[in-house]
Design a protein around this ligand. Structure first.
Ligand code: PRF
Ligand code: ZN
Length: 371
């Protein structure tokens, strides 16, 4: 069972509000998906994710294959049972992680040979192998196995790569045997509009339940990323969910939503939280800073998260400076709440016809990009 319903499209931009129904529950879009690489959103328990407003979390095929292994996850009844989240999950196919983490990968028609980033052992991933692993992990949404080319890359290489990604996409669809999981295709093509268009046409002609834009936020400049995303959504079907992979800052989310994107994932809120960098309605806040030593204010007076309702900046600074584990948890709860509340407010604004004003109001107050 997998259904996407488009509930509202803005009259002033491509922003849309929708709903996805999966076997583990519903997702209201636009949505941000917290990253739980090895099956856990670092430092945050499922009960806390619930309170934050998370609706779907992401796991990685590559990491879960290495540890604990897909058979172990399957033994426990799949990812959502294994980690007691019991709600919708998505697994990335492993392609991107192989290219970004593993060493010495050899790419061929058949798949990718690489060495584990943990112990250097030789491994092989192919479209068939990725789907086999993802079916054992059992997430509600699986991703096609793709090649995410580095930036910058020669146009001829990007062209060959997107054609390979299309052939791999067809093989993923053939390899899929479970019908209680959805499979999303991934559009590649680097920063070349003609190649992006070709990839979108090829991938979107295939019977996927949703479509993702891969290969962005890999080093290109931000205006280029927005331009490409804007261009591609015009070549994607309106009646399927659209997912911009690995993006991004709060500003990127609002710009993506305006361009017709429904789903996002990024390590930024959790990773930044662990580095004491917090997102607030008035900009970024470095909680380590000495100026917060005696601050009895919350991180963000407009935020309703557990952290902001209960703790002062001064206490959070102290926790961080003394290396307390609680610092990582409380910071992560706040940042994830900020992201989930942002997409929730964006959804409400779309439904009530004022998304573009909402976006401007948020971005006029702050810029989240850079540092
Ligand atoms: N492909 C896959 N996962 C991804 C990406 C991609 O291109 C990106 C690029 N930003 C993030 N995660 N499979
Ligand atoms: Zn907060």
């Amino acid at each position: 069972m997998f259904e996407f319903t488009l509930e509202k499209t803005s009259e002033k931009s491509k922003a849309r509000a929708g709903r996805i129904v999966t076997p583990h529950g519903e997702i209201e879009t636009p949505i941000f998906m917290p990253v739980g690489t090895v099956g856990s959103v670092k430092g945050v328990a499922p009960r806390e994710l619930d309170e934050i407003g998370a609706q779907i979390i992401l796991g990685n095929t590559y990491h879960l294959h290495l540890r604990p292994g897909e058979d172990t996850v399957a033994h426990f009844g799949g990812l959502a049972k294994f980690n007691s989240w019991n709600k919708p999950t998505l697994t990335d196919s492993g392609g991107f992680q192989v290219f970004s983490l593993a060493k010495l990968n050899k790419i061929g028609e058949e798949g990718v040979e690489f060495r584990s980033h943990l112990d250097g052992s030789k491994l092989f991933l192919s479209p068939e192998k990725s789907i086999e692993i993802q079916q054992k992990i059992g997430a509600d949404i699986m991703m096609a196995f793709d090649e995410c080319v580095p930036y910058p890359s020669e146009k001829i290489y990007v062209e060959k790569s997107l054609e390979l990604t299309t052939r791999w996409a067809e093989r993923c669809l053939k390899a899929k045997t479970r019908d209680d999981q959805a499979l999303f295709g991934i559009i590649q093509g680097g920063v070349f509009p003609d190649l992006r268009r070709r990839s979108a046409e090829q991938i979107c002609a295939l019977p996927f339940e949703g479509f993702a834009i891969g290969g962005l936020s890999v080093g290109e400049d931000i205006p280029t990323m927005y331009e490409i995303a804007d261009f591609i959504t015009d070549h994607m079907p309106a009646d399927k969910p659209r997912y911009l992979m690995g993006v991004g800052t709060p500003e990127d989310l609002l710009n993506g939503i305006e361009r017709g994107i429904d789903m996002f994932d990024c390590v930024m809120p959790t990773r930044n939280a662990r580095n004491a960098l917090l997102f607030t309605n008035s900009g970024k806040l470095h909680i380590k800073a000495a100026r917060y030593r005696l601050s009895d204010e919350p991180v963000d007076a407009e935020c309703g998260c557990y952290t902001c309702r209960n703790f002062s900046r001064g206490y959070l600074r102290h926790l961080y400076k003394t290396g307390e584990l609680l610092a990582l948890k409380l910071n992560s709860i706040h940042n994830l709440h900020f992201y989930l509340s942002l997409v929730k407010r964006a959804r409400n604004a779309i439904n009530n016809g004022f998304f573009e004003d909402f976006k401007k109001e948020i971005l006029d107050k702050i810029t989240f990009g850079g540092d």
